[in-house]
Design a protein around this ligand. Structure first.
Ligand code: PRP
Length: 212
């Protein structure tokens, strides 16, 4: 590391992806003690050459796009919803789930000619999906437990994340169509990738060797 430079700064999505990424860093051989003993601290050293920043998924993208973090670990769901200017470098293969169109069990979603209402936490993903089908829909943004919307009669279907399918099953809903597979991705700031190419490439090589 250049003595005048800060460590390579990596934004991690807090929670499950954070734990899996820390496991990966330990497998590579980095000392993650500070992360295990973090308390309420948000910026933590990993080994000698990296510091991790713990953030919400959408903020990981914001920090990487703006170059205050060189790299990030974030779900493909957030990448698809937010897009933005950064490079997507590696599929980490964990945090696997999918985007799906779902609704009440047994209903024919495409029946009738009325404009359908879709509830979702991911309005851009939903809009893009139906634009590709040339289908006009009304989209309602919901902040959590989107499954409620068709149950309460607010929406004909939802576009949401399905992992085990338990939430749908336990609420009398089913997947109508799969939209896209999701997993955790490593992203990098475009300028960092040029200025800190060697460090980033070295880390990416180590990551790729340890996710096989
Ligand atoms: C996600 C998603 C579903 C659920 C799917 O919600 O929105 O509700 O997980 O998981 P399953 O297929 O394993 O049941 P999350 O738990 O993130 O909570 P939220 O609705 O409050 O965002």
């Amino acid at each position: 590391m250049n003595i005048n430079e800060r460590p390579l700064r990596i934004a991690l999505t807090k929670g499950r992806l954070e734990n899996k990424t820390v496991e990966l860093f330990e497998k590579i051989g980095y000392d993650c003690t500070a992360v295990h003993e973090k308390g309420r601290k948000l910026i933590l050293p990993v080994g000698d050459s990296i510091e991790v920043v713990l953030a919400k998924a959408a903020d990981v993208i914001t920090y990487v796009e703006n170059g205050v973090c060189d790299m990030g670990v974030v779900g493909k769901d957030t990448i698809m919803e937010m897009s933005g200017k950064f490079f997507e470098l590696v599929d980490l293969g964990f945090g696997k789930c999918k985007f799906a169109l779902a609704g009440k069990k047994g209903n024919d979603f495409y029946a009738g000619y009325d404009v359908k209402t879709i509830a979702t936490k991911y309005p851009n993903v939903a809009r893009n999906y139906f634009e590709k089908k040339n289908m006009d829909v009304d989209i309602v943004k919901i902040e959590g437990s989107v499954e409620l919307a068709p149950l309460l009669g607010l929406a004909d279907a939802i576009v949401d994340i399905v992992e085990t399918g338990t939430t749908l099953r336990e609420n009398g809903l089913e997947v109508y169509e799969d939209i896209a597979p999701i997993s955790a991705r490593v992203i990098a700031n475009m300028v960092s990738l040029k200025l800190r190419k060697a460090e980033i490439e070295e880390l990416i090589n180590k990551i790729e060797e340890n996710i096989k």
